[in-house]
Design a protein around this ligand. Structure first.
Ligand SMILES: *Cc1c(COP(=O)(O)O)cnc(C)c1O
Length: 460
């Protein structure tokens, strides 16, 4: 088969055409049952090359049967939609294929990454000593924050390992990476304290303090608190200001996990949800969630860049040969070779400006208001979530949420997921796709209600 780059890119353009047309006609992809996956699609890898036409056909089939995350009927995840300028940047990053560890190999891309970090630190309110990095995702951002907290508590842990019982704190509603990270970092899953949240899903600061006191009395060593800006189910914001009071009192590292909704720092109207954020030690957000860049684009910011260096730098003579540490970003990253995740965010930000990013965020909250108002004004619905969240949690006509979401998925009607809070299960509908209009939001409810009308057995 022919394999010139130009021909392959032409094929790419054809595939784009096919995919976009398909999305317009069928916003929910044809679903292949997992049990039939290998019999319905030829995914096999074989000895001999494939002829062009067959290759094209199989590629097309894979494309159209892959779940469509950018259409107006996908609400399952904390990402969705497309920002064209970010896609452009990501495609160029693939073509350029740099690795972000040295200036020698990444050149201006280093400046692009640093400019994003600089501007983001300014928005958080971190001072000149701050810096950051682009980890592989929000889970890794949380992990790096925890490792910095551990090492700040006692730098000798880098050499000797963990010798005492370290304790970390997070809310019951926080992301599951906190548990895994405790295990990876040597803290141990058993030393994570899950603090109760209030009726709005926000960590209760007084319960945090009580638990810290108990742990100290028991001979434990508290080191770290994870606050969440946008909990995974309810989209709730912990009170960073009140949690910071506790952290300062007991000298604990405060990390704000803003993977889901930390990007509210771009909105004048909504950044007050993070009041007190500049008192934190580290802060992370995923541009691939609220800001709509392709996956993954996660930014970790650190108030004092010394902590990033202390935990992650390592000399390597074969790698760092020119240009100095400030330009060799491998000195503050987890990986060695590192994908360029910055360019896609930069092309978006550069083209629409900070104002444009603000509009993206504000639009999602406006869409959430549309959804909440609809649910509130319709007695067939029960609402479980609160204002200031882009997760709208509800039940419809008392139908089991698990059953309803699965039926919608299996029948390829719309893709939406379910969650639970304090023992109650419900549909979690997210308005994170900024390409959607208020009509798209109302259309979701109409499509779901029509489906239920046609499936009265769901009401049993
Ligand atoms: C999505 C999410 C994460 C994990 O981020 P990944 O990039 O998927 O690893 C962590 N915390 C919260 C609150 C999230 O919503």
């Amino acid at each position: 088969m022919t394999s010139t780059l130009k021909a392959d890119l032409e094929l790419f353009n054809q595939m784009v055409e096919i995919l976009l047309n398909e999305e317009a006609i069928k916003p929910v992809a044809e679903r292949i049952d997992a049990k039939e996956l290998y019999s319905r699609l030829d995914l096999s890898l074989n000895e001999s090359p494939m002829v062009d036409q067959e290759f094209r056909d199989v590629l097309k089939k894979v494309l159209v049967t892959t779940p469509k995350t950018a259409t107006n009927l996908f609400f399952n995840q904390l990402f969705g939609g497309r920002q064209g300028k970010a896609i452009l940047g990501d495609l160029l990053a693939v073509l350029l294929n740099n690795s972000m560890y040295t200036y020698k190999v990444a050149g201006p891309q280093v400046g692009i990454e640093q400019e994003i970090i600089r501007k983001s630190c300014d928005l958080v309110g971190y001072g000149h000593g701050s810096n950051g990095t682009f980890p592989t995702g929000g889970s890794m951002s949380n992990y790096m924050a925890l490792v910095m907290a551990r090492d700040k508590h006692d730098l000798s842990i880098r050499t000797n390992g963990v010798m005492k019982r370290l304790i970390i704190y997070t809310s019951k509603e926080s992301h599951y990476s906190n548990a895994k990270n405790a295990s990876f970092s040597g803290v141990g899953r058993g030393n994570v304290r899950y603090i109760e949240s209030d009726d709005n899903g926000c960590m209760i600061p007084s319960k945090l303090e009580t638990q810290i006191k108990t742990d100290i009395q028991d001979g434990g060593t508290p080191i770290y608190v994870n606050a969440t800006a946008g909990t995974t189910v309810l989209g709730a914001f912990d009170s960073v200001d009140e949690i910071a009071d506790v952290c300062e009192k007991y000298n604990l590292w405060l990390h704000v996990d803003g993977a889901y909704c930390g990007a509210v720092i771009f909105s004048q109207k909504h950044s007050s949800l993070l009041k007190g954020m500049k008192r934190s030690d580290s802060f992370s957000f995923n541009a691939h969630k609220m800001l709509g860049t392709p996956l993954t684009c996660s930014i970790l910011l650190v108030k004092d860049k010394k902590n990033l260096n202390d935990s992650f730098s390592n000399d390597a003579e074969y790698l760092y040969q020119t240009d100095g540490d400030d330009f060799n970003l491998g000195k503050t990253s987890f990986q060695c070779g590192r994908r360029n995740d910055a360019l896609k965010f930069w092309t978006l930000w550069k083209s629409v400006g900070s104002k444009g990013l603000e509009e993206i965020i504000d639009h999602q909250f406006d869409l959430a208001d549309v959804a909440r108002t609809y649910v509130r004004n319709n007695s067939d619905y029960t609402l479980y979530s609160f204002d200031n969240s882009i997760s709208i949690c509800f039940n419809y006509k008392g139908i089991d949420a698990n059953k309803l979401c699965n039926a919608l998925y299996e029948e390829q009607v719309t893709v939406v997921g379910f969650g639970a809070f304090k023992g109650v299960e419900f549909v979690r509908f997210v308005t994170i796709n900024a390409n959607n209009s208020p009509e798209d939001i109302l259309n979701f409810f109409r499509v779901m209600e029509d489906f239920v009308d046609m499936h009265p057995e769901l009401l049993d």
